[in-house]
Design a protein. Sequence first.
Length: 318
Amino acid sequence: MAILKSVQLPKWLDDIIYNEFGAVYEPRPQDVEYNPDQQFEFVQLYLGTYFPRSYAEAYCIMNRLFDNPLYKQELFMLEEINILDFCCGTGGEIVGLIHSLNCNLPNLKRVNIDAFDANPDAIRFLFHLMERINDIPNIRLSINIVPQGLFIENETDMQDFVKIPNSLYHFVISFKALNEFVQSNTFPNKNVYDLVPSYLLPLLDENGVLILSDLTHQYNGEYYPFVMTKGLNTCLKRSNNYKTIIPTPCFHYEEICQGCYLQESFLVTHSRKTRDLSKVAYRVICRSDFAQRIMQTKVTGSCRHTYAYADKSLPYNI
């Protein structure tokens, strides 16, 4: 089955963000790398440029998950789903996830979302956006969202944060956010991709997944995907409770993997740009017993664990 990597932003969503909310398409990659204190006008720029990319990434990753019939079967009869978004921004990944749920789970009626971010303007945008989406006939789901301000300055703040939720989640997501903790040196001498997931993973329901996505470029001499791979592998090796299910080779090799560079490219088309490109590295992780139930695939090609010169994006496709 072909893996979806290119999407068209739905017209109803395009109309809301560009015509109603005044979003602006203007790529500024250096400005968005660390952005908790950016002002309202910048949030409009982020909404018009990076929100559609996050929507496409989440929608495609979710459809990749639902391509696994055993995974889809586990969720098929659910009528209510809980989502936590850590560092949600304007919520493009939330909308992409919701749209995929709406398309793939006919019995689903209600989605509950706890969304956390340090930028108050982004949170306000997200709240009003969800109000509008609740009125869209194309989305049959009832969406209950609780956007909350969150500023993480040290590990104690992370410890306090995980005490806030009062439920377990079917989806814990964080898209292109953990790099900001790297840049601000929030957790000195620690790998962010080891530390933060170690707090997020216990929040998963028995059939929940953590979707962690981040940038692919270099910072201080190291590429984010390589740092992410090392951190996540270290986190998962400390316990047998969790396993990666995407990329598929990680399910088989992460216990012995020494780290690699992964990258996936997605395209999104909307009224302001045709085939806008984004590149991310991502992992999908769940509880080990759940992974064993739903993973019956075999590696059909080479990843960088088995072949050092394998295509850096190939492991997502085999």
